[in-house]
Write a protein that binds this ligand. Sequence first.
Ligand code: GSH
Length: 217
Amino acid sequence: MLKLYGHPFSSYTWKALIPIYANEAPFGFEELPVDGQGPAWDFVREASPLGKFPVLSDAGHIVFEATAIIEHLAVHRLPDAGLIPADPQKAVETRKMDRVFDNYVMNLMQEGVNEAIRSAGNPDPAIMAGVRERLERVYAWLDEWLASYERPEQVTLIECAAAPSLFYADWVHQITDTWPRLRDWRAHLLALPAVSHCVEDARPFRPNFPLGAPDRD
Ligand SMILES: N[C@@H](CCC(=O)N[C@@H](CS)C(=O)NCC(=O)O)C(=O)O
């Protein structure tokens, strides 16, 4: 039985949940309590060097890093789901875009969130301006990339990485009409049943968003 350890408000937990929900794979969810205590936390801290989540447990395999979890699912549980394209060149492109969403979108979004946490809700305007300026460069690049991206029938590693990173990046710096393809694709991703499931399960936790959750989505 698959078991996923994570939290419903966590972007990287969404990334691992999306392929599971999209393919209706049976699994158990171990929600990590906010007080940081208990057996689920002990398991995560034992599995991951810095105690980061999500962590997947599957018949003796313990996998951390959301991308590795999806690769594991693609090999062991969902080989026909198309999570990683069979075509080698398309697989390279898919893995490249996964890195783009983690390293450029998720990390920048997290910089803004970390600044809000560090400053107890009074973020340094210069730091936030730097985050926004770099997010705009990434948004522009993604908007251009989307001009030739063919939306697949099934979710791939790209959709799994893109949905949570764009969901929360928009809360740090809104994806406006300046990037119409990116704005529309984000809306399309949020409407996918697997993503919408994550959005709804996370809704009760919105008051915890350190920059204040906007009144949208
Ligand atoms: N590179 C990791 C990042 C995981 C990550 O940063 N998870 C966050 C939750 S979204 C976390 O564990 N935060 C707690 C911490 O950093 O101590 C992955 O892809 O799984």
